[in-house]
Design a protein around this ligand. Structure first.
Ligand SMILES: Cc1cc2nc3c(=O)[nH]c(=O)nc-3n(C[C@H](O)[C@H](O)[C@H](O)COP(=O)(O)OP(=O)(O)OC[C@H]3O[C@@H](n4cnc5c(N)ncnc54)[C@H](O)[C@@H]3O)c2cc1C
Length: 378
């Protein structure tokens, strides 16, 4: 009898896991999504490093239509006056078939759903209770349906309501003190940064990341600004005060429609009271976005869990948790350093940072230890 797996949430984490388990006849997989359909909102870009691309290739990501993604070869660092400080060679972590990739989140979700739809996803599903029945877990949904399964994978994102239901306590992420503003740059006539690579502009208390998301010339911009959380956020006013006051020339980057959201991060990684229940992706741990590894780690964790369950290993939960904990700590420490150094304001510290950046981006030893362990192909 195949083992039954229920996956709660159909984001990058849940859909990657579903694709992996679906291809193994020892498992029968069903994804339960709260929304009525998959979220394919336009414009939201995502960077995927070689660690996740090597896994996605196992489910044929390499067949994705060539125009729908980009492979930037370097990361350019700029200071707040648009001067380029240095660049970091991303190509160094690439191989022939596995390359650092940027694309729209909707393109990735479209790809992940291709082989699943109808048969493996149920929409409009909200978990109200999880209970143990012998070796299995019984899931009750709000619409009075239920499912008795061998394993549950919870991948319902940063706010993970299901986690609070399962663990029977209120578990909330916390506001990291900054907001993310996003826009899509389609008209690049007056764009002065590198259109074929990633640009990181470091300002006082803010940074901007811009990268191509396809081969049609569209660029994704995300601007992280330190900001107290309040109800009436006026984006134009914030950009004027926090960004344009430092560099008026950046105005042209913010001409298109702007969206924003506050950034929440996890207090600690999640481990369930149930041995056959696993947290995945942002539901396991939500990172500060300054390493651009949230989605890549979701994909990596999905593969780790798939491997452990396929091998029928004992104590899967503790093995999975230990491995994830180690990776989470590694990325978290890097994310904090990045967050701090991208937002420096003291001119002396900025000068020192730029000198150090120039040095370390050329040091193979440093790059291997700072990024190599994270970008390593699986
Ligand atoms: C500003 C910013 C920039 C980022 N940039 C990058 C980047 O460049 N590269 C990168 O790797 N990562 C990036 N990330 C992180 C990345 O987006 C996330 O880590 C990743 O999307 C997490 O995927 P997930 O599947 O865990 O969660 P989600 O994508 O949030 O998916 C959760 C799914 O669960 C569903 N759901 C919610 N509640 C329930 C429920 N109760 N029951 C059932 N279903 C439910 C939701 O509708 C959704 O479909 C960024 C994050 C931020 C904030």
């Amino acid at each position: 009898m195949p083992k039954k797996i229920a996956i709660i949430g159909s984001g990058i984490a849940g859909l990657t896991a579903a694709n992996l388990f679906k291809n193994n006849s020892n498992f029968q997989v069903m994804v339960y999504e709260k929304e009525k359909e998959l979220s394919l909102e336009e414009g939201y870009g995502i960077q995927l490093a070689p660690n996740s691309i090597s896994i996605l290739n196992k489910i044929k990501f390499h067949n994705l239509e060539n125009n729908n993604f980009f492979n930037p070869l370097k990361l350019n660092f700029y200071s707040n006056d648009n001067n380029k400080i240095c660049d970091l060679n991303l190509d160094k972590f690439n191989t022939n078939k596995v390359k650092y990739t940027t694309l729209k989140r909707s393109t990735l979700i479209e790809f992940l759903k291709t082989d699943l739809f109808l048969n493996n996803i149920k929409f409009g599903k909200n978990v109200t209770k999880v209970s143990k029945v012998k070796d299995k877990l019984l899931i009750n949904f709000r619409d009075n349906t239920n499912d008795l399964v061998d394993y549950i994978v919870i991948s319902d994102g940063v706010f993970s309501n299901t986690k609070s239901v399962v663990e029977n306590k209120n578990i909330k992420p916390f506001y990291n003190g900054s907001i993310a503003i996003r826009t899509l740059i389609k008209d690049t006539q007056h764009f002065t940064f590198d259109k074929k690579n990633i640009s990181l502009i470091m300002l006082k208390n803010a940074h901007i990341v811009i990268y191509p998301i396809n081969k049609r010339g569209e660029l994704n911009l995300v601007c992280i600004i330190r900001q107290k959380l309040h109800n009436n956020i006026d984006l134009k006013e914030i950009i004027k005060k926090e960004i344009l006051s430092q560099n008026k020339n950046l105005e042209s980057l913010f001409k298109s429609q702007l969206e924003y959201w506050p950034i929440y991060v996890s207090k600690k990684p999640s481990k369930s009271i149930y041995e056959n229940l696993f947290y995945l992706g942002d539901a396991f741990y939500t990172f500060n976005p300054t390493m651009a590894q949230g989605a890549s780690q979701s994909i990596e964790a999905a593969f780790e869990l798939f491997e452990l369950l396929s091998q029928n290993t004992k104590e899967v939960q503790s093995l999975y948790f230990q491995k994830r904990l180690q990776k989470t700590k590694l990325i978290n420490s890097r994310s904090r350093i990045n967050y701090f150094s991208f937002h420096l304001s003291n001119p002396l510290l900025v000068k020192a940072r730029n000198i150090i950046l120039k040095k370390i981006t050329k040091s193979q030893k440093f790059l291997n230890s700072y990024l190599g362990d994270i970008y390593q192909q699986i």
